[in-house]
Design a protein. Structure first.
Length: 369
Protein backbone atom coordinates (compact mmCIF):
# COMPACT_ATOMS: atom_id res chain seq x y z
CA UNK A 1 0.00 0.00 0.00
CA UNK A 2 2.89 2.31 0.82
CA UNK A 3 4.41 1.74 -2.65
CA UNK A 4 1.13 2.56 -4.35
CA UNK A 5 0.82 5.82 -2.45
CA UNK A 6 4.42 6.68 -3.24
CA UNK A 7 3.90 6.03 -6.95
CA UNK A 8 0.76 8.16 -6.93
CA UNK A 9 2.59 10.98 -5.19
CA UNK A 10 5.48 10.95 -7.68
CA UNK A 11 3.07 10.81 -10.64
CA UNK A 12 0.98 13.68 -9.27
CA UNK A 13 4.11 15.75 -8.72
CA UNK A 14 5.28 15.30 -12.32
CA UNK A 15 1.81 15.85 -13.78
CA UNK A 16 1.28 18.97 -11.65
CA UNK A 17 4.49 20.49 -12.95
CA UNK A 18 3.37 19.89 -16.55
CA UNK A 19 -0.09 21.26 -15.76
CA UNK A 20 1.32 24.46 -14.30
CA UNK A 21 3.47 25.01 -17.37
CA UNK A 22 0.43 24.37 -19.57
CA UNK A 23 -1.71 26.82 -17.61
CA UNK A 24 1.02 29.46 -17.99
CA UNK A 25 1.20 28.77 -21.72
CA UNK A 26 -2.58 29.08 -22.10
CA UNK A 27 -2.52 32.38 -20.24
CA UNK A 28 0.22 33.74 -22.50
CA UNK A 29 -1.60 32.50 -25.62
CA UNK A 30 -5.13 33.54 -24.61
CA UNK A 31 -5.37 36.02 -27.52
CA UNK A 32 -4.22 33.46 -30.05
CA UNK A 33 -6.54 31.32 -32.24
CA UNK A 34 -8.46 28.47 -30.66
CA UNK A 35 -6.43 25.89 -32.60
CA UNK A 36 -3.27 26.96 -30.72
CA UNK A 37 -5.02 26.58 -27.36
CA UNK A 38 -6.28 23.10 -28.31
CA UNK A 39 -2.76 22.11 -29.35
CA UNK A 40 -1.46 23.32 -25.98
CA UNK A 41 -4.13 21.28 -24.19
CA UNK A 42 -3.13 18.16 -26.16
CA UNK A 43 0.57 18.70 -25.43
CA UNK A 44 -0.10 19.33 -21.75
CA UNK A 45 -2.21 16.17 -21.50
CA UNK A 46 0.51 13.97 -22.96
CA UNK A 47 3.24 15.96 -21.19
CA UNK A 48 1.55 15.43 -17.83
CA UNK A 49 1.36 11.71 -18.48
CA UNK A 50 4.99 11.63 -19.60
CA UNK A 51 6.21 13.76 -16.68
CA UNK A 52 4.41 11.55 -14.19
CA UNK A 53 5.79 8.42 -15.84
CA UNK A 54 9.35 9.72 -15.94
CA UNK A 55 9.16 10.83 -12.30
CA UNK A 56 7.93 7.42 -11.22
CA UNK A 57 10.57 5.72 -13.40
CA UNK A 58 13.32 7.85 -11.90
CA UNK A 59 12.11 7.16 -8.37
CA UNK A 60 11.83 3.40 -8.98
CA UNK A 61 15.12 3.15 -10.88
CA UNK A 62 13.63 1.54 -13.98
CA UNK A 63 16.03 0.25 -16.60
CA UNK A 64 16.96 2.52 -19.48
CA UNK A 65 15.25 0.13 -21.93
CA UNK A 66 11.95 0.30 -20.07
CA UNK A 67 12.26 4.05 -19.81
CA UNK A 68 12.88 4.29 -23.56
CA UNK A 69 9.80 2.18 -24.28
CA UNK A 70 7.58 4.33 -22.07
CA UNK A 71 8.97 7.52 -23.58
CA UNK A 72 8.38 6.28 -27.14
CA UNK A 73 4.76 5.36 -26.36
CA UNK A 74 4.14 8.76 -24.84
CA UNK A 75 5.75 10.50 -27.82
CA UNK A 76 3.52 8.63 -30.28
CA UNK A 77 0.49 9.51 -28.16
CA UNK A 78 1.59 13.13 -28.18
CA UNK A 79 1.87 13.19 -31.98
CA UNK A 80 -1.59 11.65 -32.45
CA UNK A 81 -3.17 13.91 -29.83
CA UNK A 82 -1.58 16.98 -31.36
CA UNK A 83 -2.81 16.04 -34.84
CA UNK A 84 -6.37 15.48 -33.59
CA UNK A 85 -6.28 18.75 -31.65
CA UNK A 86 -5.08 20.65 -34.71
CA UNK A 87 -7.81 19.11 -36.89
CA UNK A 88 -10.46 19.97 -34.33
CA UNK A 89 -9.03 23.46 -33.94
CA UNK A 90 -9.10 24.09 -37.69
CA UNK A 91 -12.70 22.91 -37.84
CA UNK A 92 -13.79 25.12 -34.93
CA UNK A 93 -11.90 28.13 -36.32
CA UNK A 94 -13.47 27.67 -39.75
CA UNK A 95 -16.93 27.40 -38.20
CA UNK A 96 -16.31 30.48 -36.07
CA UNK A 97 -15.14 32.48 -39.08
CA UNK A 98 -18.19 31.43 -41.09
CA UNK A 99 -20.44 32.43 -38.19
CA UNK A 100 -18.62 35.76 -37.84
CA UNK A 101 -19.03 36.46 -41.58
CA UNK A 102 -22.76 35.69 -41.38
CA UNK A 103 -23.04 37.91 -38.29
CA UNK A 104 -21.41 40.83 -40.13
CA UNK A 105 -24.15 40.77 -42.78
CA UNK A 106 -26.66 40.58 -39.95
CA UNK A 107 -25.18 43.68 -38.34
CA UNK A 108 -25.25 45.58 -41.64
CA UNK A 109 -29.03 45.33 -41.71
CA UNK A 110 -29.32 42.19 -43.82
CA UNK A 111 -30.76 38.84 -42.90
CA UNK A 112 -28.80 36.22 -41.00
CA UNK A 113 -28.26 32.78 -42.52
CA UNK A 114 -26.56 30.33 -40.16
CA UNK A 115 -23.72 28.23 -41.68
CA UNK A 116 -24.85 24.82 -42.85
CA UNK A 117 -22.52 22.78 -40.69
CA UNK A 118 -21.37 23.86 -37.26
CA UNK A 119 -18.33 22.01 -35.82
CA UNK A 120 -19.74 22.02 -32.29
CA UNK A 121 -23.18 21.95 -30.68
CA UNK A 122 -22.47 25.30 -29.00
CA UNK A 123 -21.78 27.04 -32.32
CA UNK A 124 -24.87 25.42 -33.83
CA UNK A 125 -26.98 26.70 -30.92
CA UNK A 126 -25.45 30.17 -31.28
CA UNK A 127 -26.30 30.14 -34.99
CA UNK A 128 -29.91 29.22 -34.25
CA UNK A 129 -30.20 31.96 -31.64
CA UNK A 130 -28.73 34.53 -34.05
CA UNK A 131 -31.14 33.40 -36.78
CA UNK A 132 -34.08 33.79 -34.38
CA UNK A 133 -32.83 37.22 -33.31
CA UNK A 134 -32.43 38.23 -36.95
CA UNK A 135 -36.03 37.23 -37.66
CA UNK A 136 -37.27 39.22 -34.67
CA UNK A 137 -35.26 42.29 -35.71
CA UNK A 138 -36.53 42.01 -39.28
CA UNK A 139 -40.09 41.91 -38.00
CA UNK A 140 -39.34 44.86 -35.72
CA UNK A 141 -37.87 46.87 -38.60
CA UNK A 142 -40.91 46.07 -40.71
CA UNK A 143 -43.22 47.24 -37.92
CA UNK A 144 -41.15 50.39 -37.51
CA UNK A 145 -41.35 51.14 -41.24
CA UNK A 146 -45.10 50.55 -41.22
CA UNK A 147 -45.49 52.76 -38.14
CA UNK A 148 -43.40 55.52 -39.69
CA UNK A 149 -45.45 55.36 -42.89
CA UNK A 150 -48.62 55.48 -40.80
CA UNK A 151 -47.29 58.49 -38.89
CA UNK A 152 -46.48 60.36 -42.09
CA UNK A 153 -49.90 59.54 -43.49
CA UNK A 154 -51.56 60.62 -40.26
CA UNK A 155 -49.67 63.92 -40.18
CA UNK A 156 -50.72 64.64 -43.76
CA UNK A 157 -54.35 63.81 -43.04
CA UNK A 158 -54.47 65.71 -39.75
CA UNK A 159 -52.87 68.74 -41.42
CA UNK A 160 -55.61 68.71 -44.04
CA UNK A 161 -58.34 68.14 -41.47
CA UNK A 162 -57.08 71.10 -39.45
CA UNK A 163 -56.46 73.38 -42.40
CA UNK A 164 -59.96 73.01 -43.88
CA UNK A 165 -62.04 73.93 -40.80
CA UNK A 166 -59.56 76.62 -39.77
CA UNK A 167 -59.89 78.24 -43.18
CA UNK A 168 -63.68 78.10 -42.83
CA UNK A 169 -63.55 79.54 -39.32
CA UNK A 170 -61.31 82.35 -40.52
CA UNK A 171 -63.65 83.19 -43.38
CA UNK A 172 -66.71 83.18 -41.12
CA UNK A 173 -65.08 85.34 -38.44
CA UNK A 174 -63.90 87.84 -41.05
CA UNK A 175 -67.41 87.98 -42.46
CA UNK A 176 -68.82 88.59 -38.99
CA UNK A 177 -66.23 91.31 -38.32
CA UNK A 178 -67.04 93.07 -41.58
CA UNK A 179 -70.76 92.98 -40.77
CA UNK A 180 -71.74 91.50 -44.15
CA UNK A 181 -73.59 88.51 -42.68
CA UNK A 182 -77.35 88.63 -42.92
CA UNK A 183 -77.86 85.78 -40.42
CA UNK A 184 -75.01 85.82 -37.85
CA UNK A 185 -76.67 83.18 -35.66
CA UNK A 186 -76.24 80.61 -38.42
CA UNK A 187 -72.54 81.44 -38.58
CA UNK A 188 -72.28 81.19 -34.80
CA UNK A 189 -73.82 77.71 -34.86
CA UNK A 190 -71.48 76.60 -37.66
CA UNK A 191 -68.46 78.00 -35.84
CA UNK A 192 -69.49 76.15 -32.70
CA UNK A 193 -69.87 72.88 -34.64
CA UNK A 194 -66.42 73.25 -36.23
CA UNK A 195 -64.83 74.08 -32.87
CA UNK A 196 -66.43 71.01 -31.30
CA UNK A 197 -65.13 68.85 -34.13
CA UNK A 198 -61.63 70.27 -33.73
CA UNK A 199 -61.84 69.78 -29.97
CA UNK A 200 -62.84 66.13 -30.50
CA UNK A 201 -59.91 65.63 -32.88
CA UNK A 202 -57.44 67.10 -30.39
CA UNK A 203 -58.93 64.90 -27.66
CA UNK A 204 -58.47 61.82 -29.86
CA UNK A 205 -54.86 62.77 -30.56
CA UNK A 206 -54.19 63.21 -26.85
CA UNK A 207 -55.81 59.87 -26.03
CA UNK A 208 -53.85 58.10 -28.76
CA UNK A 209 -50.59 59.65 -27.57
CA UNK A 210 -51.27 58.36 -24.04
CA UNK A 211 -52.01 54.89 -25.39
CA UNK A 212 -48.89 54.75 -27.55
CA UNK A 213 -46.74 56.08 -24.70
CA UNK A 214 -48.08 53.35 -22.41
CA UNK A 215 -49.30 55.82 -19.79
CA UNK A 216 -53.01 55.09 -20.08
CA UNK A 217 -54.12 54.69 -16.46
CA UNK A 218 -57.07 52.34 -16.00
CA UNK A 219 -59.42 52.50 -13.01
CA UNK A 220 -60.99 49.08 -13.35
CA UNK A 221 -64.03 47.85 -11.49
CA UNK A 222 -66.43 44.94 -11.80
CA UNK A 223 -69.49 45.74 -13.91
CA UNK A 224 -71.96 44.12 -16.26
CA UNK A 225 -71.52 44.21 -20.01
CA UNK A 226 -75.26 44.87 -20.20
CA UNK A 227 -74.79 48.22 -18.43
CA UNK A 228 -71.83 49.17 -20.64
CA UNK A 229 -73.80 48.50 -23.79
CA UNK A 230 -76.82 50.37 -22.46
CA UNK A 231 -74.74 53.48 -21.72
CA UNK A 232 -73.06 53.36 -25.13
CA UNK A 233 -76.38 52.98 -26.99
CA UNK A 234 -77.92 55.85 -25.03
CA UNK A 235 -75.00 58.08 -25.98
CA UNK A 236 -75.21 57.46 -29.75
CA UNK A 237 -79.00 57.14 -30.09
CA UNK A 238 -79.47 60.79 -31.21
CA UNK A 239 -76.83 60.31 -33.92
CA UNK A 240 -78.54 57.11 -35.10
CA UNK A 241 -81.91 58.88 -35.29
CA UNK A 242 -80.34 61.72 -37.27
CA UNK A 243 -78.97 59.23 -39.83
CA UNK A 244 -82.10 57.08 -39.87
CA UNK A 245 -80.23 54.03 -38.54
CA UNK A 246 -81.82 51.52 -36.17
CA UNK A 247 -79.86 50.31 -33.14
CA UNK A 248 -80.37 46.76 -31.91
CA UNK A 249 -79.01 45.51 -28.59
CA UNK A 250 -81.22 42.50 -27.93
CA UNK A 251 -78.37 39.95 -27.98
CA UNK A 252 -76.51 41.29 -24.95
CA UNK A 253 -75.91 38.96 -22.01
CA UNK A 254 -75.37 40.30 -18.49
CA UNK A 255 -71.79 39.03 -18.25
CA UNK A 256 -69.46 40.54 -15.59
CA UNK A 257 -66.14 42.08 -16.63
CA UNK A 258 -63.31 43.93 -14.88
CA UNK A 259 -62.83 47.09 -16.96
CA UNK A 260 -62.47 50.84 -16.80
CA UNK A 261 -66.06 51.87 -17.45
CA UNK A 262 -65.24 55.26 -18.95
CA UNK A 263 -62.62 53.92 -21.36
CA UNK A 264 -64.67 50.89 -22.37
CA UNK A 265 -67.71 53.09 -22.99
CA UNK A 266 -65.49 55.11 -25.32
CA UNK A 267 -64.54 51.93 -27.15
CA UNK A 268 -68.17 50.98 -27.73
CA UNK A 269 -69.11 54.56 -28.63
CA UNK A 270 -66.31 54.73 -31.24
CA UNK A 271 -67.43 51.44 -32.78
CA UNK A 272 -71.09 52.47 -32.82
CA UNK A 273 -70.40 55.94 -34.28
CA UNK A 274 -68.18 54.36 -36.93
CA UNK A 275 -70.94 51.85 -37.77
CA UNK A 276 -73.70 54.50 -37.88
CA UNK A 277 -71.72 56.74 -40.25
CA UNK A 278 -71.14 53.86 -42.66
CA UNK A 279 -74.58 52.30 -42.55
CA UNK A 280 -77.11 53.66 -45.06
CA UNK A 281 -80.41 55.16 -43.94
CA UNK A 282 -83.00 52.56 -42.86
CA UNK A 283 -80.12 50.23 -42.07
CA UNK A 284 -79.43 48.46 -38.80
CA UNK A 285 -76.48 48.47 -36.43
CA UNK A 286 -76.57 45.51 -34.04
CA UNK A 287 -74.55 45.18 -30.87
CA UNK A 288 -74.23 41.86 -29.03
CA UNK A 289 -72.27 40.40 -26.14
CA UNK A 290 -71.81 36.84 -24.92
CA UNK A 291 -69.38 34.73 -22.97
CA UNK A 292 -67.00 32.23 -24.59
CA UNK A 293 -64.99 30.12 -22.11
CA UNK A 294 -62.96 32.66 -20.08
CA UNK A 295 -63.63 35.59 -22.43
CA UNK A 296 -66.42 38.04 -23.17
CA UNK A 297 -67.02 38.88 -26.84
CA UNK A 298 -68.69 42.19 -27.72
CA UNK A 299 -69.58 42.71 -31.37
CA UNK A 300 -70.90 45.61 -33.44
CA UNK A 301 -72.32 44.68 -36.84
CA UNK A 302 -73.06 47.37 -39.43
CA UNK A 303 -74.45 47.54 -42.95
CA UNK A 304 -71.49 49.17 -44.70
CA UNK A 305 -71.40 46.54 -47.44
CA UNK A 306 -68.08 45.08 -46.32
CA UNK A 307 -64.42 46.11 -46.26
CA UNK A 308 -62.05 45.16 -49.11
CA UNK A 309 -59.96 42.14 -48.14
CA UNK A 310 -56.70 44.05 -48.68
CA UNK A 311 -57.81 46.71 -46.18
CA UNK A 312 -58.86 44.35 -43.37
CA UNK A 313 -55.34 44.10 -41.83
CA UNK A 314 -55.12 47.94 -41.72
CA UNK A 315 -58.48 48.74 -40.17
CA UNK A 316 -57.06 49.39 -36.68
CA UNK A 317 -53.95 51.23 -37.93
CA UNK A 318 -53.50 54.85 -36.93
CA UNK A 319 -54.85 57.10 -39.67
CA UNK A 320 -56.82 54.44 -41.57
CA UNK A 321 -60.14 55.76 -42.83
CA UNK A 322 -61.36 53.25 -45.38
CA UNK A 323 -62.04 56.09 -47.81
CA UNK A 324 -60.02 58.65 -49.70
CA UNK A 325 -62.41 61.35 -48.52
CA UNK A 326 -60.92 64.03 -46.31
CA UNK A 327 -64.21 65.43 -45.08
CA UNK A 328 -66.58 64.21 -42.37
CA UNK A 329 -67.62 61.55 -41.61
CA UNK A 330 -64.26 60.17 -42.70
CA UNK A 331 -62.77 61.62 -39.54
CA UNK A 332 -59.10 61.67 -38.66
CA UNK A 333 -58.70 57.90 -38.67
CA UNK A 334 -58.03 57.73 -34.94
CA UNK A 335 -61.17 56.13 -33.54
CA UNK A 336 -60.37 52.49 -34.34
CA UNK A 337 -56.71 52.91 -33.34
CA UNK A 338 -57.94 54.18 -29.96
CA UNK A 339 -60.29 51.18 -29.74
CA UNK A 340 -57.43 48.76 -30.24
CA UNK A 341 -55.17 50.58 -27.76
CA UNK A 342 -57.78 50.65 -24.99
CA UNK A 343 -58.79 47.02 -25.54
CA UNK A 344 -55.17 45.83 -25.49
CA UNK A 345 -54.62 47.84 -22.29
CA UNK A 346 -57.39 45.64 -20.82
CA UNK A 347 -55.46 42.48 -21.91
CA UNK A 348 -57.93 41.90 -24.73
CA UNK A 349 -57.85 42.18 -28.50
CA UNK A 350 -59.97 43.70 -31.27
CA UNK A 351 -60.73 42.18 -34.66
CA UNK A 352 -62.90 42.77 -37.72
CA UNK A 353 -64.37 40.49 -40.36
CA UNK A 354 -66.83 40.80 -43.19
CA UNK A 355 -70.36 39.44 -42.85
CA UNK A 356 -73.19 39.44 -45.40
CA UNK A 357 -74.10 43.06 -46.08
CA UNK A 358 -71.51 44.63 -43.84
CA UNK A 359 -68.75 43.93 -41.34
CA UNK A 360 -68.52 42.93 -37.70
CA UNK A 361 -66.11 44.47 -35.21
CA UNK A 362 -65.37 42.23 -32.23
CA UNK A 363 -63.81 43.12 -28.90
CA UNK A 364 -62.63 40.18 -26.79
CA UNK A 365 -62.06 40.86 -23.08
CA UNK A 366 -61.16 38.58 -20.16
CA UNK A 367 -64.25 37.60 -18.21
CA UNK A 368 -64.41 38.47 -14.53
CA UNK A 369 -63.99 35.54 -12.17
Amino acid sequence: MRDVLLIAAYAALGAAAAGLLGALALRLLRQRPLAVSLAVVAVVTVGAMLAGTLTVAWAMFLSSHDLWVVTTVCAMAAVVSLAVALLLGRSVVAGSRALAAATRTFGDGGGFAAPRRAPTAELAELGRELAATSARLAASRERERALEASRRELVAWISHDLRTPLAGLRAMTEALEDGIVADPWRYHAQIRAEVERLSGMVGDLFELSRIQAGVLALATSRMSVYDLVGDAIAGVDPLAREHGVRLEGTGVEAVPVEVDGREMTRVLANLLVNAIHRTPADGTVAIAAHREADSVVLSVTDGCGGIPAEDLPRVFDTGWRGTQSRTPPAGAGLGLAIVRGIVEAHAGHAAVRNVPGGCRFEVVLPAAG
